[in-house]
Design a binder for this molecule. Sequence first.
Ligand code: DAT
Ligand code: MG
Length: 148
Amino acid sequence: MQQTLILLKPDAVQRRLVGEILIRFEQKGLRLAGLKLLQCSRELAEKHYAVHKGKPFYESLLSFLTSGPTVALVLEGREAVAVGRSLMGLTDGAKAPPGTIRGDFAISVQNNLVHGSDSPENAALEIALWFAPTELTKYTGVDSAWVG
Ligand code: DAT
Ligand code: MG
């Protein structure tokens, strides 16, 4: 079963959109394997966004991610990485199509509510950054024969 790391970033928490966003992933068929609310440290933010180090928006991005609580999720299901990305929509909220999370709730590039892993390999790395193994739960989905 493929897993992905999804973050509901500080703007999602501050704007009280956590429930509204989480329901999109659940309704699609992804299920929770991990969930927590935490204050992201500078150290964690640097590791999480290491690929963007040196870009003009890097410092601002780190300030944003560390500016308030974040909800971290591990979601699993068939093609969880690609499904997560398609539900999120394009990075720039102004360009993300309606029907996607960013398309419906964001108009900013930086404050775009959600993060989602972009490959299974990065998902594994990011899950290990944000969660201890003991914080992840394994269980049998009682509806898996119907959801797929
Ligand atoms: P995504 O979050 O869609 O995977 P990304 O990995 O390219 O996008 O960038 C990470 C975050 O950095 C993104 O969610 C918002 C911010 N960002 C990206 N490009 C930016 C830009 N040109 N100006 C400001 N912030 C940007
Ligand atoms: Mg990215």
